[in-house]
Design a protein around this ligand. Structure first.
Ligand SMILES: *[C@@H]1O[C@H](CO)[C@@H](O)[C@H](O)[C@H]1NC(C)=O
Ligand SMILES: *[C@@H]1O[C@H](CO)[C@@H](O)[C@H](O)[C@H]1NC(C)=O
Ligand SMILES: *[C@@H]1O[C@H](CO)[C@@H](O)[C@H](O)[C@H]1NC(C)=O
Ligand SMILES: *[C@@H]1O[C@H](CO)[C@@H](O)[C@H](O)[C@H]1NC(C)=O
Length: 184
């Protein structure tokens, strides 16, 4: 019953907000809610080698003949586990799903299009989105957080990255993430 009243109220709200025939609402002042800040700390495991890789090649450029694990022009899909510690066997708390492209002609750089989602704790079901260059040759670097969903709705912020370990032959890497998120 309460649900039905809710639906009716919501439909009424939509009718009032969107006058019939228009695809937009009136522009009105917006008073944001109090913003909050959350810090997250975890480890990201990007595994390209071995029998069960968590990142796989989607496409690569034909014009480049470097022997690097992901030369300029390589596009990879990732479903990388996130854990509380650097040990891959430590507690898994989420996954990073999306893709990244090797986008540095001369200096290895990745541009990430990745959604970091959580599967346990207070933020189970919530995720934040990174769209940023990742200057992987710097041991410490920063990537931009551009959005979020669930409890991280409207998030923006930064993630400080620190390479914990990397295998330059196959590209496997474990990266520490220290994320600061401003959200509502
Ligand atoms: C590939 O790299 C080698 C060594 O750097 C170079 O000699 C060769 O010309 C390159 N081939 C192409 C097709 O770019
Ligand atoms: C996380 O949320 C999913 C979906 O609601 C639920 O099935 C799962 O049990 C939750 N996991 C934990 C560890 O709370
Ligand atoms: C790095 O990757 C290569 C190729 O897969 C493998 O032979 C080597 O054992 C790896 N090194 C370490 C330290 O895991
Ligand atoms: C994470 O970054 C914040 C802000 O730079 C810093 O104060 C904090 O010490 C860092 N924590 C870890 C575990 O790296």
């Amino acid at each position: 019953m309460e649900k039905r009243i809710g639906i009716v109220a919501f439909s009424l709200h939509l009718c009032i907000t969107f006058a019939l025939g228009d695809y937009y609402s009136n522009t009105r002042p917006y008073t944001p809610k109090q913003e909050v800040v959350t810090n997250l700390h975890f480890f990201f495991h990007d595994t390209l080698g071995g029998p069960d890789p968590s990142a796989v090649l989607i496409a690569k450029s034909g014009g480049h003949n470097s022997s690097a694990p992901s030369p300029f022009g390589s596009l990879l899909a990732a479903d990388d586990p996130l854990t509380v510690g650097p040990d891959p066997k430590s507690e898994m708390i989420g996954n990073a799903r999306g893709m990244y492209v090797s986008s540095g002609q001369h200096v290895p750089t990745l541009t990430m299009y990745i959604d970091f989602g959580f599967t346990s704790g207070k933020f189970n079901g919530s995720s934040f989105a990174v769209f940023s260059r990742n200057t992987i040759m710097d041991k410490e670097r920063e990537v931009a957080v551009v959005g979020g969903r669930g409890r991280f709705r409207m998030a923006r912020g930064v993630a400080l990255l620190n390479t914990y370990s990397v295998n330059l032959t196959n590209g496997d890497a474990i990266v520490e993430y220290n994320v600061t998120l401003y959200h509502y």
